[in-house]
Ligand binder design. Structure first.
Ligand SMILES: [Zn+2]
Length: 421
């Protein structure tokens, strides 16, 4: 069943990309200005040879139009799972299309690939202003270099379940904070019109609160993006230089300093945050002192960023956790010591029908976040997506495909969480 659905999704994806183009460019100057109740305006994005519009919601048969990228459309209905009913203003074109290739025309979160802490912070501020009743913003701690650690909560007026999504725990994997921020914005924008498997977003997200920790490791991300100059604390600059000296002496890197910094995974104190959790702490440690990668720290939760993610987890006791890492287009779903293998088998299978990644087996405990939640008292379903298929940091050109692959992850996870499975 999984294979059949995967195949169908792939087939749909490639049909949409490769069907013959008959471009309609309908960005009409004279189109009526949107009023408050007007349909949301989107633009076609990432469609390759064009986005097909069909007369039927099954998206079968001959397309009535193929829209070039940047074509503006009005979303009349949807998304309904992956499908939206749209109209191209100023033309006769109206029909059904694949929602994953549409982005809001006035989106706050911009997809330029190099998504910085400062951009994210500004986007959070703007999202909060645009969707005041739907989004709660909490600062759950401060990083070693003085940046805010954010947790964003969508929905949850009457939560029976909690979902936790986190990204950017490893510095060089900074494409994923952009991904989760876009996912959040899309759900907020379609909160009143979207539906998944027959449930409206409003209904789904009022019962299932989604907590997003969009950038677990902002200091490390600043290092990977901009080098040591991004650090505010001179002590931390010295620490990063000491890491380089250690890694060179230990034969852990042969790269020049600037390239080495782009490959940074740790926080600004040289601790790999995904080894700073209690279960299996320091087992299989790859570095014996602070390093760009692989050092566990002196104690579990010694790092404010790991402690903050830990406290959000303990506060909400999520039944579903989604972790974003890079790279490989694979998904981890289990660990050797997990207490929740059985319930997680169903969840991970479900998610992998939507995200076409290869399932990987889990290793033994090494103090990772997953090791910790899989050993806890709260039964948890969890999947870790490794986005992209080239070395980190992923270039911006990797992003469009990642965005399409993960478009429905939040509503799908909410649907699953509320299903009682
Ligand atoms: Zn990672």
């Amino acid at each position: 069943m999984k294979c059949v659905r995967n195949t169908l999704l792939f087939a749909l994806f490639f049909m949409l990309i490769f069907l013959q183009p008959c471009s309609v460019n309908a960005a009409e100057e004279g189109a009526a200005a949107p009023e408050e109740a007007a349909p949301l305006v989107c633009v076609v994005r990432f469609s390759g040879a064009g986005l097909c519009v069909y007369g039927d919601p099954s998206l079968a048969g001959v397309p009535v139009a193929v829209l070039a990228d940047q074509t503006q459309v009005q979303v009349l209905e949807g998304p309904m799972d992956f499908i939206a009913r749209i109209r191209v203003p100023g033309t006769e074109v109206e029909g059904y299309t694949d929602m994953r290739f549409l982005g809001q025309a006035d989106a706050i979160v911009a997809d330029d690939g190099l998504y910085t802490y400062e951009e994210m912070e500004e986007d959070i501020r703007q999202l909060q202003a645009r969707y005041p009743g739907l989004l709660r913003v909490d600062v759950t701690g401060t990083s070693a270099d003085g940046r805010n650690l954010y947790a964003l909560t969508m929905g949850g007026e009457n939560p029976t379940q909690h979902i936790l999504v986190h990204a950017g725990i490893h510095a060089r994997e900074y494409i994923n904070p952009l991904l989760v921020m876009e996912q959040l914005e899309k759900c907020l924008a379609f909160y009143d019109s979207g539906q998944f498997f027959g449930r409206s977003y409003r209904d789904l997200f009022s019962n299932v609160a989604v907590h997003i920790v969009p950038m677990v490791n902002p200091d490390g991300i600043a290092i990977s993006q901009f080098g040591e100059a991004a650090l505010r604390s001179p002590d931390l600059v010295q620490m990063v230089r000491a890491c380089y000296a250690y890694d060179v002496a230990a034969g852990r890197t042969k790269q020049p300093y600037e390239i080495y910094l782009t490959r940074w995974k740790a926080n600004a104190r040289g601790v790999d945050l995904n080894k700073n959790f209690p279960f299996g702490f320091a087992l299989g440690m790859k570095a014996t002192q602070p390093s760009y990668a692989g050092y566990s720290g002196l104690l579990p939760f010694s790092e404010p960023e790991a402690a903050s993610l830990g406290s959000v987890t303990l506060q909400y006791q999520p039944s579903v956790v989604i972790s974003y890492h890079s790279m490989g287009e694979v998904a981890y779903w289990n660990t050797t010591e997990s207490r929740y293998t059985e319930i997680n088998r169903g969840f991970s299978s479900y998610m992998l029908t939507l995200v076409p990644y290869r399932r990987m087996g889990g290793g033994s405990a090494s103090g990772s976040y997953l090791d910790w939640i899989y050993s806890g008292e709260t039964p948890v379903r969890s999947i870790t997506f490794e986005t992209g298929n080239v070395e980190c940091p992923l270039p911006a050109g990797q992003y469009p495909k990642i965005r399409v692959q993960h478009d429905a992850v939040l509503p799908a996870a909410a649907w699953y969480a509320s299903s009682g499975l």
